[in-house]
Design a protein around this ligand. Structure first.
Ligand SMILES: *Cc1c(COP(=O)(O)O)cnc(C)c1O
Length: 364
């Protein structure tokens, strides 16, 4: 077998080996089905059990109350940038508040603008999106239909330590890059959505957790595939579901529940990994620098740069020679980024820290 490297890709990203191994074992024939997951109907009994188990796992991990639906949709997180305002904002005569802490939030705002009036409740542009606002800095409209946040900005590496208090206005959250990385109180959200390919599975499925009363607001004039209500009524089987992606989400959430021991356990592991890496960078101040301010630093995506930009290319090249791959920062900001999602083992982070220390000793 080809050896596996430490893959720090921001997404699609590293998956837990036990989940990949189970998929490999059962790829030719699912137990009891005699066919591959890639070959069976989305309406078969086998797949029905898989999607129901995936939903049950997500519900158990996050403690999701019965008043919320869990939907498995397509179109990625970016479809949700449009779908949330299409279902909740368009035609209401009200506006939606957007908290901008990085590139994804800005993109969500520009999509919402196609559907109705919006306000910017905070814009971190002045600090080049290196921090999360405190409550006093949020200029919230008490009549807004919702407040949109990005819990973790994957590109700049800034993360909300906890949900902001929106005073009763529903919180709509793009949690694509920190979904299932820590416990959250679902009751504090109107909608929490996440594409799977960062922390929950492969590309192709987006998980939308939506409170029932918001789900009922979908205008009947919407095309079916864009209506939360119709997807909820159909149990996410309005059309052919992304069967393999849902299957993988089931295996990844099973790994979280059975092997890791739930979200409090993965949260501790994730914090330890992030601490190791931030400590390594902070100890080399003058050589490496973190983009995010302390207090806003992401536990999932560590965005940093080398103080001497000329060393960046040799850094990435030598890292790759040490089997530490996909450390290049997003094209929009440059620099480097280590994505250390749930499935990145602590050994991978230790190997990266060791490499970074050695690189500095050689070039510093
Ligand atoms: C990756 C990512 C997206 C984009 O997801 P797609 O599935 O490609 O649409 C949106 N928001 C955040 C926070 C992300 O990390």
């Amino acid at each position: 077998m080809e050896k596996r490297v430490y893959n720090f890709s921001a997404g699609p990203a590293v998956l837990p080996v036990p989940a990949l191994e189970e998929a490999q074992r059962h790829l030719l024939a699912l137990p009891g089905a005699g066919s591959s997951i890639l070959e069976i109907s989305h309406r078969s009994k086998t797949f029905t059990q898989i999607i129901e188990q995936a939903e049950a796992n997500v519900r158990e991990l996050l403690g999701i109350p019965d008043t919320y639906h869990v939907l498995f949709l397509q179109g990625g997180a970016q479809m949700q940038f449009a779908m949330a305002p299409m279902n909740l904002l368009a035609g209401t005569g009200k506006s939606a508040d957007y908290v901008l802490t990085g590139s994804w939030g800005k993109k969500a705002l520009s999509e919402a603008k196609t559907q109705g009036p919006t306000r910017v409740a905070f814009d971190g542009a002045a600090g080049n999106y290196n921090r999360i606002p405190n409550r006093e800095e949020l200029d919230l409209d008490p009549d807004a239909v919702y407040v949109h946040i990005t819990s973790n900005e994957t590109i700049g590496g800034v993360q909300f330590p906890t949900e902001p208090d929106t005073g009763g206005v529903p919180l709509v959250c793009d949690a694509s890059s920190d979904f299932l990385s820590r416990p959250v109180s679902i009751e504090r959200y109107g909608i929490l959505y996440a594409c799977a390919q960062k922390n929950a599975g492969p590309a192709g499925v987006t998980i939308v957790i939506i409170r029932d009363d918001l789900c009922r607001r979908s205008p009947p004039t919407l095309p079916s595939m864009l209506s939360y209500k119709l997807h909820a009524d159909a149990g996410s089987l309005l059309n052919t579901a992304p069967t393999f992606a849902v299957y993988m989400v089931n295996l990844v959430t099973k790994w979280l529940l059975e092997d890791v021991g739930g979200l409090a356990a993965i949260d501790r592991i994730n914090r330890d990994k992030a601490q190791l890496l931030y400590d390594c960078i902070d100890a080399a101040e003058g050589f490496y620098a973190v983009h995010a301010e302390p207090g806003s630093r992401s536990v999932m995506n560590v965005a940093f740069r080398l103080k001497d930009p000329a060393l960046e290319e040799p850094f990435l090249k030598e890292a790759e020679q040490h089997d530490l791959v996909a450390l290049k920062g997003h094209r929009s900001v440059g620099g480097c980024r280590a994505s250390i999602y749930n499935a990145m083992p602590v050994e991978g982070v230790k190997a990266l820290c060791q490499f970074m220390d050695d690189f500095r000793a050689k070039h510093g």
